[in-house]
Design a protein around this ligand. Structure first.
Ligand code: SF4
Ligand code: SF4
Length: 58
C-alpha cells in the first residue's frame, strides 16, 4: 500500500491494525514494508483516507 503524506495525520491506527506488522513509522512518516500483502485492512481504518492499496491483478 501507499500512504499519501499530505493527508496522513500520523494517528498510528494503520500501524496497530496491520496483521502482518508491515507498516513502519519512522520520523513521523508511515510506510509499508516488504511484508505488506495489500490486504486492505489499513485502508479501512485510516480516518483520513490517506492509504491507497494496490489492487492485485487477477
Ligand atoms: S494492506 Fe494489509 S498488509 Fe499492507 S500495510 Fe495495510 S494492513 Fe498491512
Ligand atoms: S491510519 Fe491513516 S492517518 Fe493514521 S497513521 Fe495510518 S495513514 Fe496516517
Amino acid at each position: 500500500m501507499k500512504v499519501d503524506p499530505s493527508l496522513c495525520i500520523r494517528c498510528g491506527a494503520c500501524v496497530s491494525v496491520c496483521p502482518f506488522d508491515a507498516i513502519d513509522a519512522t520520523d513521523g512518516y508511515v510506510a509499508a514494508n516488504e511484508r505488506c500483502t495489500e490486504c486492505g485492512i489499513c485502508e479501512k481504518v485510516c480516518p483520513v483516507g490517506a492509504i491507497e492499496v494496490a489492487r492485485k491483478k487477477v
